[in-house]
Design a protein around this ligand. Structure first.
Ligand code: PEP
Ligand code: MG
Length: 877
């Protein structure tokens, strides 16, 4: 039997969302529970996918079923397309599985032509309404189906209003609208060289195709990427008989929520317009009234509407967002869906639903979108101000929050300007570890280069600071302290505003509002902790980050990048002396200067985590990242080392690598310079001994992590050094202290030889930033330059550095676990790449059985919630 591509509303239900889309499934459900829904049919999401498979054509089988359902719809409604007595007019609307408000297209009043408009005018005794519908239809059809810009028609309307000396559309008469309809048709012919279609069926087929096509429009593609909606889902098309809100003053249309979507407070919230159609409310042409005023205008319909709201909220057990129309005093429901809401409202509604006995704790946890939590933890733009602003450009939303400040171009300037009380945004080609203090002093960071795991992105996320990275449209002139973005030149001191969630960049000042954690936050987090199985640790390099993460619920540190501790002015000098040493003794002398600093830092990290696990990763980046760049600094170092400036410059240029990310870094540094690992081991163990002595009730077990391992023997080489030094330190102290030595798994070779490595490792921690880089062969700092073409061509839908590539990188992780765990029953495994704070990646980590995820402090609540949702969804299966 042929596949069923089209369903009448009465044939579907709410569980058929995948096939009928959200709107279609809910129209069917409302029909089933007896609510007043204008009837129609839904063309499935599978038909959309088929349309694309067939080269953007609707095949004969689908076309046949659509035609069949038009006949059925005519029978149900008692109206007929193009009929002279009782003509059928329909709306055609998109409706994907996940709601994508405003992303795809809608057409109203379809079925009108010169004859039908006459019939409507006569029958209704309301020619103004009939012509208003017709001119709206021509306008929408031309725009959506034939891509003739809406503004062409708006200009004609404006000219008409001037001609008639009126201000509002509603003041135009039937004759004016008739005349406009004629003008619109002429405009259509002028633009397309053909007459406006008169056959309602032809109009309908055009409209259905246009909705399918809109699934692939640029704004829908961007929305899908931002909201994690796969392209393969497709959109359904809903064809529904029209109810008219524009037939006179006893008609109207509105949009309402059962609870306030901004605060979550219970109570009807929405807007209403008399004598209008849906798009008038959204378009803001006229100022709508508050929904409560509907009680005076249409008491009966309002009464019924309130009952419908209660029925729907009880039925869906969630806040509903509804569209409705009143035609001659009678209520019609056009749509219902679980309403979009702010993070604050989401928490309040979930808690209230539990208190009202509508939802269980588990369900409440599952209702919250973890990505939303970001907005609770970071400053945001003032909602009213941002609504009015138009972005000038866009980069990657690399670290959430909003920032507004004066443009500065160097980290030193950021620090100096901030010290005198200025708010600044640091704009750089890319940042480097030296910029840390300047980054900290800024409100936000904007970079031209770099992806989601670039230095700027990772460090900003760690600090909870807003960052937009990789805005390739910026033409940078750092030397002259200016840059161009889409035709606008910014100089030092000019105001700029950036949004680290969307990646949007705005000219000028947009006020921000501080983060506020609502009372319900703690309740939801407690419930999440009750149900999750994954541990949640944090990536923290400083005691301040560690304390913040602890406040946000981190159960330990999964990654401390020790190199971030070297950039303090005193430390960097000693480190540079180490790099420019000729002998082991010289190097040891320089390292001895750094050891006390590291020891003190580690001590504070152990203290902040109160005995919970702390994983300290040994030096990872290539040494060239630490060398001086200015003549002054080079000269200073030369004096210190008793060398000439030329000799220092020769050492620096000797560190140059063509591909530093795959060069002399990670454990390779220790293989060349074992004394670095000796110093770092001493610092870790000495700090642990001190803290353990001070807190006898803690069982401190420091975890030493070796980066970039690809071969057992190289790991063993470093481990042997660590064990020897650690055991010596412990023996010297005469104390009992356990410690662990483990490895990052961030090279594909380590994944496929994990059985060998596991025998010598106490733990594995997946460094999915490097693992992604090495698996794809994409530079983590440069991939942003070409990934957009991959999105445009539907090769990849997501940035693999932000969202774990489960198919490839994930398979390597799974392989490593399957090989590693049987080889070492005690092996514990986590992830500390940036994916550890991404909800869908956290879900994957749960599925493959990791013990914990580790992420930047501000993502800890996101990870806790995502981990709970993964466990809850598994337990429901
Ligand atoms: C990683 O590679 O995933 C990782 C955590 O280490 P880094 O980002 O410091 O290379
Ligand atoms: Mg790494």
């Amino acid at each position: 039997m042929a596949r069923k591509w089209v369903y009448l509303f009465k044939e579907g239900n709410a569980n058929m969302r995948e096939l009928l889309g959200g709107k279609g499934a809910n129209l069917a459900e409302m029909t089933n529970i007896g609510l007043p829904v204008p009837q129609g049919f839904t063309i499935t999401t599978e038909a959309c996918t088929q349309y694309y498979e067939d080269g953007r054509e609707i095949n004969d089988e689908i076309m046949g079923q659509i035609t069949e359902h038009i006949a059925k719809m005519e029978e149900i409604t008692g109206k007929k397309f193009g009929d002279k007595e009782n003509p059928l007019l329909v709306s055609v609307r998109s409706g994907a599985r996940a709601s994508m408000p405003g992303m795809m297209d809608t057409i109203l009043n379809l079925g009108l032509n010169e004859d039908v408009v006459g019939v409507l005018a006569d029958k209704s005794g309301n020619p103004r309404w009939a012509w208003d519908c017709y001119r709206r239809f021509i306008q929408m059809y031309s725009d959506v189906v034939m891509e003739v810009s809406k503004s062409e028609f708006e200009k004609l309307i404006d000219a008409k209003k001037v001609e008639k000396g009126v201000k509002q559309d509603v003041e135009l008469t039937a004759e004016d609208l008739h005349d406009l309809a004629e003008q619109f048709k002429a405009k259509y012919k002028e633009a397309l060289g053909q007459d406006f279609p008169t056959d309602p069926k032809e109009q309908l087929y055009g409209a259905i195709k246009a909705v399918f096509r809109s699934w692939d429009n640029p704004r829908a593609n961007v929305y899908r990427r931002d909201n994690d909606i796969p392209y393969s889902w497709g959109t359904a098309v809903n064809v529904q008989s029209m109810a008219f809100g524009n037939m006179g003053d006893d008609c109207g249309t509105g949009v309402a929520f059962t609870r306030d979507p901004a605060t979550g407070n219970k109570g009807l919230f929405g807007e209403f317009l008399t004598n209008a159609q849906g798009e008038d409310v959204v378009a803001g042409v006229r100022t709508p009234m508050k929904i409560s005023e509907m009680a005076d205008k249409f008491p009966e319909a309002f009464d019924e509407f309130q009952k419908v709201c209660k029925t729907l909220e009880d039925h869906y057990r969630d806040m509903q967002d509804m569209e409705f129309t009143v035609e001659h005093g009678k209520l019609y429901m056009l749509q219902t869906r679980n309403g979009k809401r702010t993070a604050q409202a989401a928490l309040k509604i979930a808690c209230d639903l539990v208190d009202e006995g509508m939802r269980s704790e588990k369900e409440a946890v599952a209702m919250i979108d973890p990505r939303n939590l970001d907005t609770l933890l970071h400053p945001q733009f003032d909602p009213a101000a941002i609504k009015k602003a138009t972005p000038l450009g866009k980069g990657l939303g690399a670290s959430p929050g909003a920032a507004c400040g004066k443009v500065v171009f160097t980290a030193d300037d950021a620090e100096a300007w901030a010290a005198r009380g200025e708010k600044v945004v640091l704009v750089r080609l890319e940042t480097s570890p030296e910029d840390i203090t300047g980054m900290k002093s800024s409100e936000g960071i904007l970079t031209v280069r770099g992806g989601m795991t670039s230095h700027a992105a990772v460090v900003a996320r760690g600090m909870g600071e807003c960052c937009v990275s990789g805005c390739g449209d910026i033409i940078m002139d750092e030397e002259n302290k200016k840059f161009d973005l889409n035709g606008k030149t910014f100089h030092e001191g000019d105001f700029i505003s950036i949004d680290g969630t969307t990646g949007n960049i705005y000219e000028g000042k947009i006020p921000t509002v501080d983060a506020s954690i609502a009372g319900e936050f703690g309740r939801i987090m407690d419930w999440a902790d009750k149900y999750r199985k994954l541990g949640v640790r944090t990536n923290a390099d400083t005691p301040t980050d560690a304390k913040k993460a602890r406040e946000l619920g981190a159960q330990g540190i999964g990654l401390c990048r020790t190199e971030h501790m070297f950039f303090d002015p005193e430390r960097i000098e000693a480190f540079r002396e180490m790099i420019c040493s000729d002998t082991v003794e010289e190097r040891e002398e320089a390292l001895a200067k750094i050891e006390p600093y590291q020891q003190e830092d580690f001590k504070q990290l152990f203290e902040a985590m109160e005995g919970d696990p702390v994983t300290i990763r040994f030096l990872d980046p290539p040494l060239h990242e630490f060398v001086p760049t200015t003549e002054d600094e080079i000269a200073k170092l030369a004096t210190k080392k008793g060398k000439t400036v030329e000799q220092i410059k020769a050492i620096i240029s000797g560190l140059h690598e063509f591909n530093p990310m795959m060069g002399h870094r990670g454990c390779r540094l220790t293989v060349t310079y074992p004394e670095i690992a000796v110093m770092q081991t001493q610092a870790v163990i000495r700090a642990a001994i001190e803290v353990q002595k001070a807190h006898a009730d803690w069982n401190l077990v420091p975890e030493i992590m070796i980066p970039l391992v690809g071969e057992l023997k190289e790991y063993k080489f470093v481990k042997d050094i660590v064990v020897k030094v650690a055991d010596e330190e412990i023996a010297k102290a005469g104390i009992k202290l356990e410690y662990e030595v483990g490895t990052m798994i961030e090279i594909p070779r380590a994944c496929i030889t994990a059985d060998e490595i596991a025998k010598e490792a106490d733990f594995f921690c997946f460094g999915t930033n490097d693992l992604t880089q090495m698996t794809f062969g994409f530079s983590r700092d440069d991939a942003g330059k070409f990934l957009n073409s991959y999105y445009d061509n539907k090769i990849y839908e997501q940035d693999p550095f932000a969202k774990l590539d489960q198919k490839g990188v994930g398979k390597l992780m799974d392989t490593a676990l399957k090989l590693g765990r049987p080889a070492n029953a005690k092996l514990h495994c986590g992830i500390c790449g940036e994916h550890g704070g991404d909800p869908s990646s956290v879900e994957f980590c749960h599925k493959i059985g990791l013990d914990y995820v580790s992420c930047s402090p501000f993502r800890v609540p996101v990870a806790r919630l995502a981990a709970a949702q993964a466990a809850i969804s598994e337990s429901c299966k």
